[in-house]
Design a protein around this ligand. Structure first.
Ligand code: DAH
Length: 341
């Protein structure tokens, strides 16, 4: 019996050490040590032994079983480790391989122009302010001295809300003048870029949504010459030194006096060409001295303070700068178009 046990032990040990995968280790355990395994069947023969022989044989059987179990465990651990090692090896990343290029977008051309304008005004000590696109008609019109009955308040021009003419999508960034005057300490130097909405059909020069930049200065002793000097400087920064400007009288309800600023066509030098539609001049913005009624309506004493303001269209500026001939291209976001800038 001793030999039988020893033979079983040796055979088991050899089989275990030769095994190359964890799953067959389990079958070996069942085969040798399981309930119906070989060791059990040898031990069944214990009955034939004498009472003196039995304890020693029992002890031997236990010792051999322990050895086999120990070896099974060690082998299992070794195989697992080898498997992990192999897996790690197979999954190594070759960091020297060239990467896959990710296409990277860039800023929209119109925002390039806006950033340029912001930089110019920040450089002169202006703040950039933001405000609501859904606006009270009071702010979009009334407080700007645009009274009931003014054509720009018509339902055919302005997007009003749910049959309520007290709320609309702002048709201009000028209500930001009111917000600034009502909430900011004086003096004020600010620009307010943003979206505006009008009931226009889409074509090469119109869109129901477009962008304006509002600008305003309120302080003591501010005059029209400040307006002209500042805007001339801005024009030179945008269009280059020596750009000729012209301030043309105009009318806006919220400024008095009001003007429009034209630049001499940089393409033809004023002789007239397709860029300036034969005019020699290109209209850039509307401006003026903030109306005393508007100042007073915001609680600012027009006898102490004065101010100037301007408003310009951002798309028009970007189209001029990048020679874009159709407004729709700016909003369609066709990458083949956008990639060019
Ligand atoms: N809000 C005017 C418009 O949409 C533009 C404008 C004109 C703004 C004169 C101003 C200004 O601030 O002073 O046509």
């Amino acid at each position: 019996m001793k030999e039988l046990l020893q033979k079983l032990h040796d055979a088991a040990m050899q089989a275990i050490l030769e095994t190359e995968d964890v799953d067959s280790l389990e079958s070996l355990r069942v085969k040798y040590l399981g309930k119906k395994g070989e060791l059990t069947s040898i031990l069944r023969q214990m009955g034939r032994l004498s009472a003196e022989e039995r304890p020693a044989m029992g002890q031997l059987a236990n010792q051999l079983r322990a050895e086999i179990e120990q070896t099974l465990e060690t082998r299992r651990a070794a195989l697992n480790e080898a498997r992990l090692e192999m897996k790690l090896l197979q999954e190594t990343v070759d960091v020297t391989l060239p990467g896959k290029k990710q296409p990277q977008g860039h800023k929209h051309p119109m925002y390039n122009v806006l950033d340029q304008i912001k930089d110019i005004f920040i450089g002169m000590g202006f703040e950039i302010v933001d405000g609501p696109e859904v606006e009270l008609s009071d702010y979009n019109f009334t407080k700007l001295n645009i009274d009931e009955g003014h054509p720009s308040r018509e339902w055919t021009d302005t997007f009003y809300f749910t049959g309520d003419s007290r709320i609309c999508l702002r048709t201009q960034t000028s209500p930001m003048q009111i917000h600034a005057m009502e909430t900011r300490p004086l003096p004020i130097r600010m620009i307010a870029p943003g979206r505006v909405y009008r009931k226009d059909e889409v074509d090469a020069t119109h869109s129901p949504m477009f962008h304006q930049i509002e600008g305003m200065v309120i302080d003591k002793g501010v005059t029209m010459s400040d307006l002209k000097a500042t805007l001339n400087l801005v024009v030179e920064k945008i269009y280059g030194k020596g750009t000729v400007t012209r301030f043309r009288p105009h009318h806006f309800p919220f400024t008095e006096p009001s003007c429009e600023l034209d630049i001499q066509c940089h393409k033809c030098g004023g002789r007239g060409c397709p860029t300036c539609k034969g005019e020699g001049w290109i209209e850039v913005l509307g401006a003026g001295m903030v109306h005393p009624k508007v100042l007073a309506g915001c609680g600012i004493d027009p006898d102490v303070y004065s101010g100037w303001a301007f408003g310009m269209g951002l798309e028009r500026l970007a189209m001029g700068e990048y020679k874009i001939t159709d407004l729709r291209l700016i909003f369609e976001n066709d990458v083949r178009f956008l990639e060019q800038f």
